[in-house]
Design a protein around this ligand. Structure first.
Ligand SMILES: [Zn+2]
Ligand SMILES: [Zn+2]
Length: 160
């Protein structure tokens, strides 16, 4: 509903502005016709385009939940320190975040750390049970399942 209101107000503003300097002289109306066509067709088009882009960008991050292969660089927080997502193995030395199930850093070959999703306590990724709250991270079995589904699938649509 907001979208329609905005477009309506933009359109009425265009009509107002054009009527103010066009009406007195009909010769100018003919002369201004290309401008009116441009305003009437291109402006709404650009408005829709801009709105579409905004809506697309606003929706995009929500769809972007997927499993990534290999390490990725951790995002840098406001304090300049890398921010590691909870529940994912990461290397503090290199600032890399690994997919669940990874135990060692590919770069420095050190044991990875993981932050408990429940109590935010850090521990080694080798330990799957939190010593503080007892939450068990079943990252290894899930990672295996994810990797198996990524590989060549037996059957599928090709069988039918
Ligand atoms: Zn490392
Ligand atoms: Zn915990």
């Amino acid at each position: 509903m907001n979208l329609v209101d905005v477009l309506n107000s933009i359109w009425s503003q265009i009509l107002q502005v054009t009527s103010q300097f066009v009406i007195p002289d009909w010769g100018q109306v003919i002369g201004a016709l290309p401008v009116l066509v441009v305003l009437g067709l291109v402006a709404p088009f650009l408005t829709f385009l801009a709105l579409g882009t905004v809506i697309y960008l606003a929706r995009k991050p929500r769809v972007k939940v997927r499993f990534e292969e290999g390490p990725r660089v951790a995002e840098i927080g406001a304090d300049g320190q890398p921010v590691f997502p909870v529940g994912l193995p990461h290397c503090r030395r290199d600032g890399l975040v690994y997919p669940s199930g990874t135990l060692r850093c590919e770069r420095c070959h050190d044991d990875l750390a993981v932050v408990c999703p429940m109590c935010s306590l850090g521990r080694s990724a080798l330990i799957d049970t939190c010593s503080n709250c007892g939450l068990v991270l079943k990252v290894r079995s899930r990672a295996v399942a994810v990797r198996a589904s990524v590989g060549p699938r037996p059957g599928g649509a090709a069988v039918a």
